[in-house]
Design a protein. Structure first.
Ligand SMILES: [Zn+2]
Length: 441
């Protein structure tokens, strides 16, 4: 279900946009040299990058570069599975079964969806296990044993069935009702659905996978709430969640809309980072909030989706004219068309990978700038950027970063932090600069 669900619930997944904040950078030879000579930004950046041992760096590069190929393989594998459903008319049979069970059209769509999602989940299971379990373990990025991991997958499956039905049933209703112009209102529906998922996520979705509790430690909580007040953010509490249940990755996020809006720190961030590093991370997250990235993201993703749906409409009609009868699909209003829709739409999102990445990467960079100004901890920011380099290649080429990065690379972020520090030498922190981040085991 890997890619497929990602495409169908793209709106739901734009939440990650607000995940993984970053913070501040450090520098190389600050004290004596900086006092007299001009601050050398690129030397400072390289000194931070050198904090990660070569072997660890090679591993991170291999992990991230492997991910480029997975974009291709995910697309090809899921497209092949969808083609099987069409070619052997399994999709038509699932629709026939749904029609035998009930005569209510909306219910037929829902029943088809459940069958479809479960079948696709089973077919793509080997790929999911490789990608999500074995590969993550191979790179030391997953803490879970198979049982709890599988438990999370099953919860994800149940969630996909429910949320998918909430989306697919009205979507097919629109297609039947509006005919040729369905794609415009379909995109609007996707935006509404996305906002809906965003609202309920902190309260009903995230707690399914992790335990959230109020952060009690005043030494961390008070400075964060102070920064929130200074930046006009109406948060009263800060939450902590057990991300270490899944991995050692450092992250934080602001999630929810309006009343469900909350700041959450993961326990890895709290356990592995200094207060300055936590502050700069929160400065980044607050940037997402103040800059209204959730709303802007909805609009930009909405535009991409509208274009995607127009492409989908065209692609489906073209394909059905040639193969529709052989696959026993009656037309675009027939729910059995879903595997074909998945192929066309995942092809669209495969092609537009750089566009979607650039939308989020640009906002992430804006949040970095905001965080630097809010927290004023460039050295701590650079250290956090290095931690994120455990699972994101630190120093890619420019084209590589443009195409594949949904967040700026470590080099880009540290460079921004050092550039900021060059103008604010009084914020230099020797403690952060000298801090060892990756103790040799
Ligand atoms: Zn972010």
């Amino acid at each position: 279900m890997i890619r497929l669900f990602r495409v169908l619930a793209l709106l739901a997944t734009f939440g990650p946009l607000l995940t993984l904040a970053q913070t501040q950078p450090p520098m190389a030879s600050p004290s004596t040299a900086a006092a007299t000579a001009p601050f050398d930004i690129s030397a400072a950046v390289n000194a931070y990058l050198a904090k990660m041992p070569a072997a660890r760096r090679a591993q991170s590069d291999a992990y991230f570069e492997g991910g480029y190929w997975l974009i291709l393989w995910d697309f090809l594998v899921s497209a092949f599975m969808m083609w099987l459903l069409l070619h052997f008319r399994w999709s038509a049979k699932m629709r026939n079964l749904a029609e035998r069970i009930t005569r209510f059209r909306l219910l037929q769509t829902a029943i088809y969806w459940v069958q479809f999602f479960v079948v696709v989940g089973v077919l793509t299971f080997p790929m999911s296990v490789y990608e999500g379990y074995f590969r993550e373990h191979k790179y030391g990025l997953l803490n879970q044993t198979f049982g709890p991991w599988m438990g999370d997958q099953l919860k994800g499956l149940a969630l996909g069935i429910i949320l998918g039905a909430i989306l697919i049933v009205p979507l097919f209703g629109l297609v039947r009702w509006l005919g040729k112009t369905w794609w415009v209102w379909g995109a609007v529906l996707m935006i509404v659905f996305s906002a809906f998922v965003g609202v309920i996520a902190p309260v009903y979705i995230e707690p399914l996978f992790n335990r959230f509790k109020l952060l009690e430690d005043a030494r961390i909580k008070d400075p964060i709430l102070s920064m929130a007040r200074a930046n006009g953010i109406p948060a009263k509490d800060v939450y902590e969640f057990d991300a270490s249940r899944q991995s050692n990755r450092v992250s934080a996020h602001v999630s929810g809309f309006a009343n469900t809006m909350r700041i959450s720190l993961n326990d890895n961030l709290i356990n592995r980072c200094t207060l300055a590093e936590i502050q700069t991370t929160m400065g980044h997250e607050m940037g997402h909030y103040v800059l209204n990235h959730e709303y802007k993201g909805l609009v930009m993703v909405g535009v991409v989706i509208a274009i995607g749906f127009a492409f989908l409409n065209w692609g489906i009609n073209l394909t059905l004219a040639r193969w529709g009868a052989a696959w026993e699909i009656r037309g675009i209003t027939d729910v059995a068309v879903l595997p074909l829709a998945a192929i066309v739409l995942s092809f669209f999102f495969f092609l537009t990978t750089p566009v979607n990445n650039t939308i989020t990467r640009t906002m992430e960079f804006e949040a970095d700038m905001y965080g630097l100004n809010a927290a004023r901890q460039p050295d701590a920011e650079a250290n956090v950027d290095m931690f994120l380099g455990e699972y994101r290649k630190l120093d890619p080429g420019a084209v590589e970063e443009f195409v594949f990065y949904d967040h700026p690379s470590g080099r880009t972020r540290i460079t921004a932090a050092m550039r900021w520090k060059a103008e604010h030498p009084e914020t230099t922190s020797l403690e952060e600069m000298n801090r060892e981040l990756f103790p040799q085991k």
